[in-house]
Design a protein. Sequence first.
Length: 280
Amino acid sequence: MSNKMDSWRSQAKEFEPVLRTVGLFARLTFKTISFPQISERLNIDRIKVLDAACGSGVITFEAREICNESFDFVATDFSDAYIQTVNEKINKEDIKNVKAEVMDATDMSSIPSDTFDYIFCQFGVMFFSEPKKFFTEAARVLKPGGMLIVSTWRHNDLAKVTKAAADLTVGSSSSTPPPKKDLLNFTDPDVLVRIATEVGLKDAISQELTPGHKCNVGEPKPLIDFFYDNPVVQKLISGMDESSKLKYKDNAMDLIQVMLNEQGEVELTMIANLLTAIKP
Ligand SMILES: C[S@@+](CC[C@H](N)C(=O)[O-])C[C@H]1O[C@@H](n2cnc3c(N)ncnc32)[C@H](O)[C@@H]1O
């Protein structure tokens, strides 16, 4: 397993508050698109759902809670460690209608065209090196009439800290290469709509998704550790020399300290873009 993939897994169990928030977004997504009731329009016996970049399987397992046995789920991620986590749950609970596979979301060549009724990709596309390829592939493997559902961050305080700390660090050392801005892509809802339309999907709309609450993450220390070990941050600082990396961590800590509330906890505001589009 490559370090890149492994670093995603190390996040999985260590930061429950953020994971809980991700579950909250999954449930809000289903409510917003009326899933699974919306599937009544399909008029078929079995409904096939792909969860691309599934991580620990939040979308799949939250969806299973509200879907009947006529749904089949395929959960894919390029991290075999995450797929192992999903498989452990499948085996432990003897789940019959979920399969988990290691797969790069930008290369689904092992999946025949016109396979899925729904493709979900929650908080994944911003990490793909070639995000448009995912949209092209999704448009191919969706059945005609099938729906693509993609969420990205419109606003995420952690992402803001990531960028602000990088900007501060770059300002502090002229030898530090500029941060890779692509990590914060897809905050603009219009970009999602444009790409979905370009790959031939119709009725593309992007709406704001906010659980109307702040994610309260308790003590700052675990947050800072989580923050620094996060693969997004590691990718961002990968081009920096060692002293700049330390400076980056200090800058991030200072910014997180500023976010402490009176109870000594950090509240993170998180707002998502939810894109839906249909294969003609
Ligand atoms: C922020 S996590 C989101 C996980 C999950 N969808 C959720 O909502 O909790 C991003 C995920 O994207 C996966 N990932 C990144 N690049 C990928 C790619 N090219 N193909 C498949 N998965 C990828 C990572 O392994 C990680 O599990």
